[in-house]
Design a protein around this ligand. Structure first.
Ligand code: PEP
Length: 235
């Protein structure tokens, strides 16, 4: 299974090092078989020496090698650290930073050309969820417009906006129904994200078509993230 952590605007360079050291020790000691993805802030990126099942990626990048895009990083900065995993389309970038579907698709195309592993996020806001599953699917499929769903290094994370960082996860039934419908269109691994924590991770990982979780808040504490990995190992 895929167990992913999005640090967002949390952790420093020092605390990221300490986190990864603890995580590596845990994975080795427990001989965990999970695929782990960690997305630290750009200030904490580095050429980490970790076992191959731990993938460190960038939370965002501009689709250029280098240039005049103040505040952004491009391929040259990522390549310096030998990283080749990226998160694209996170709801905080779409909704807080105003990233359009066209820009998400442009980023996808660029980093696909660079052979990156892409964790691509989609998810509906509350007012859409309240209209029912047909509206939910229409909204989510629009966020897949322009994305090559046959790309073999694509992972799709279904993250309802109303469940992110709110402490209110989607219900097992809602996740099951949505992932089931997404699976009819998307053959890439599907993750769920939205207030997953140590108490809920087992029932979520057991949902049909759920191949992993993308975790924010509950993953920032390394012990809690390791507990989630241990639970995944027990399934
Ligand atoms: C996320 O940022 O992708 C996320 C799922 O956050 P949280 O777990 O805090 O809801």
């Amino acid at each position: 299974m895929i167990i992913a952590s999005n640090f967002k605007t949390n952790h420093t360079r020092n605390s990221t090092y300490a986190y990864l050291a603890t995580l590596q020790e845990f994975i080795t000691k427990k001989d965990s078989k999970q695929d782990i993805y960690i997305f630290p802030p750009s200030t904490a990126l580095d050429g980490f020496t970790l076992s191959s099942q731990i993938h460190v990626g960038v939370q965002n990048a501009y689709p250029v090698e280098k240039g005049s895009f103040t505040g952004e990083i491009g391929l040259e900065q990522i390549n310096e650290f030998g990283l080749n995993t990226i998160l694209i389309g996170h709801s905080e970038r779409r909704h807080i930073l105003g990233e359009s579907q066209a820009l998400c698709a442009k980023k996808f195309d660029y980093f696909k050309e660079q052979d990156f592993e892409i964790v691509y996020c989609i998810g509906e806001p509350l007012e859409v969820r309240e209209k029912g599953i047909d509206e939910v699917m229409a909204y989510n499929l629009k966020q897949l417009e322009g994305i090559d769903l046959s790309y073999d290094k694509l992972i799709v994370a279904y993250e309802p906006v109303w469940a992110i960082g709110t402490g209110v996860s989607a219900s097992v039934q809602q996740i099951e129904e949505t992932l089931g419908k997404l699976h009819q269109k998307v053959k890439a691994p599907l993750l769920y994200g939205g207030s997953v924590n140590v108490s809920s991770v087992k029932e979520i990982l057991e949902i049909e078509h759920c191949e992993g979780v993308l975790v924010g808040t509950a993953s920032w504490d390394v012990d809690s993230f390791c507990q989630m990995i241990e639970i995944a190992d027990s399934i």
